[in-house]
Design a protein around this ligand. Structure first.
Ligand SMILES: [Zn+2]
Length: 69
């Protein structure tokens, strides 16, 4: 009995994901070079901000008045 299980090898040849280096923020007046790991077209200063969902809502004005006993 010389059978043994060979593990499959998954060569780790893939480099980490990078984007073209030497890119510059596409904002007109900005010359900030963007990191090649940054997937955005803007630098950190000009990247469009994503607004989180607005919390809360307008205070309802039709709430019941507290009941006096
Ligand atoms: Zn910029």
């Amino acid at each position: 009995m010389s059978d043994y299980i060979k593990g499959n090898k998954y060569p780790n040849y893939k480099p980490s994901t990078t984007y073209s280096s030497g890119r510059v923020c596409i904002d007109k007046n900005c010359t900030t070079v963007i990191s090649k790991y940054n997937k955005f077209k803007y630098c950190n200063n000009h990247r469009p901000k994503t607004f989180p969902r607005i919390k809360g809502r307008n205070a309802p004005d039709n709430l019941q008045d507290p009941i006096d006993y």
